[in-house]
Design a protein around this ligand. Structure first.
Ligand SMILES: [Zn+2]
Length: 66
């Protein structure tokens, strides 16, 4: 299982997907949504919306909702 490179928290598949989508598709280090929001100086809420947007677009990096 992957961990956040900043705070060490265990990451979800969505957080890994979001890092790849927003920073680098080939990233081998990922950040949790809290650290990503700090990195981009935005709200976690906004990133959660982004995840939903990417999922709605059928992006392969995000697992489908069951
Ligand atoms: Zn983190």
């Amino acid at each position: 299982m992957a961990n956040c490179k900043n705070c060490g928290r265990t990451l979800t598949a969505d957080e890994i997907g979001l890092t790849q989508k927003m920073i680098n598709r080939g990233a081998t280090e990922w950040m949790c949504i809290t650290c990503l929001s700090k990195f981009f100086s935005c709200d976690e809420e906004l990133l959660l919306k982004k995840i939903e947007e990417f999922r709605a677009l059928g992006c392969m990096l995000f697992s489908k909702k069951k």
